[in-house]
Design a protein around this ligand. Structure first.
Ligand code: PHE
Length: 358
């Protein structure tokens, strides 16, 4: 029997090399260790005939042979990749990926955080607005050509008129519905609340029929409106300058450029000094800056609230004055030092490869 066990060991050692797949492995395992007809099992059936003095020795040898075959099989199992996997319960699990806020939301929160300590309160209004508030009360009556600048989406009114007969009078006054084309639409709504002074900000979605590298049909603007006694341009300038330094950095400066808006008088465009060439218009190697026009970047519209707008909101322009400014959130954010997003449309493509960078 000792001899048989030794032969079996050798037979297995020779056969081991022929195992190439998990299926081969199973066959060989059964052949040697199978409970009913395995070669080792068969040999072990002869133990009853072994002389008493030899039983212990044969038993040890039988165990050795079994272990030899088993560890040989285990080794092959591991090398085939289907072996028992060592599982360490103490290793921390893989965390599910956690997303983060969208760039526009990050920017809006930052803007809100800068303006709030100055006393601006954030107000919320609907994205769908009346023509009356988007244009009419902002000194752009009926067919005023200035309206064209806002590339507005108008909404078909007929079914709503039919369903709300009691409101039809108001509808005549307010005109058609629009997707709010700028945050200024809420200026008169805020004045109609009848509480003075006003110091509010509106950060919300705007819609325009435009799409190219620097425009998306849905974007965000933020607007500040202050109305009180004795408000003048210095307040506007101080506020904007404060914002620019906080948002873009202490080294940035602003300039006001005369402009025209129907709802402010005087009106300005606000430029900020370029972060790339530091307002010089020239890069270190002497070439002209590719980011800006002669050191300045166009940022925003602003101005002193037009008397007609104050009147539309029931405020006496002889007693009160105010300023307003309104900028694109995405545009503003993409101008932030170090960030140069050359196609604004990327922001709303929902491409994780882009979004994850921020
Ligand atoms: N609403 C203007 C725009 O959309 C910006 C603006 C806001 C201008 C407030 C003056 C005052 O371009």
């Amino acid at each position: 029997m000792k001899q048989k066990l030794q032969d079996l060991k050798q037979q297995f050692a020779a056969e081991k090399a022929s195992i190439k797949t998990p299926a081969d492995l199973e066959v060989v395992e059964n052949k040697y260790l199978g409970r009913k007809a395995g070669l080792l099992t068969n040999i072990m059936k002869g133990i009853k005939d072994v002389a008493k003095e030899e039983v212990a020795e044969v038993g040890t040898l039988a165990n050795e042979t079994k272990n030899y075959i088993m560890s040989g099989l285990e080794e092959i199992k591991n090398s085939l990749g289907g072996g028992s996997v060592h599982f360490d319960f103490t290793v921390p699990g893989n965390k599910p990926p956690i997303g983060h806020l969208h760039l526009a939301t990050i920017a809006m929160r930052e803007i809100e955080g800068i303006l709030e300590p100055l006393g601006f309160t954030r107000t919320r209004h609907h994205d769908v607005e009346w023509d009356y508030y988007a244009f009419e009360t902002l000194n752009m009556p009926g067919d005023h050509p200035a309206r064209d600048d806002w590339e507005t989406f108008f909404i078909d009114e007929a079914p709503i008129k039919m369903n709300l007969p009691e409101k039809s009078l108001k509808l005549v006054k307010e005109g058609r519905r629009v997707l709010t084309p700028h945050t200024s639409s809420i200026q008169v709504r805020e004045m109609e609340k009848g509480v003075l002074p006003i110091r509010m900000m509106n950060i919300s979605k705007c819609y325009r029929r435009q799409i190219d590298v620097s425009h998306v049909p849905m974007f965000h603007q933020f607007e500040g409106l202050v109305i009180d006694k004795g408000i003048n341009i210095t307040h506007l300038k101080g506020t904007v300058e404060y914002f620019v330094k906080k948002f873009f950095g202490e080294d940035r400066t602003i300039r006001l450029r005369p402009h025209h808006f129907q709802f402010t008088e005087p009106s300005f465009e606000i430029d900020i000094s370029c972060g790339l060439c530091h307002g010089t218009g020239k890069l270190e190697d002497g070439t002209s800056c590719r980011m800006c026009k002669e050191g300045w970047l166009e940022l925003a519209g602003a101005g002193m609230v037009h008397p007609n707008v104050l009147k539309a909101g029931g405020i006496d322009p002889e007693k009160y004055s105010g300023f307003a400014f309104g900028w694109g959130v995405e545009r503003c954010y993409s101008m932030k030092s170090g960030l140069n997003i050359d196609d604004l449309r990327l922001l709303y493509k929902n491409d994780l490869r882009f979004n994850e960078q921020f």
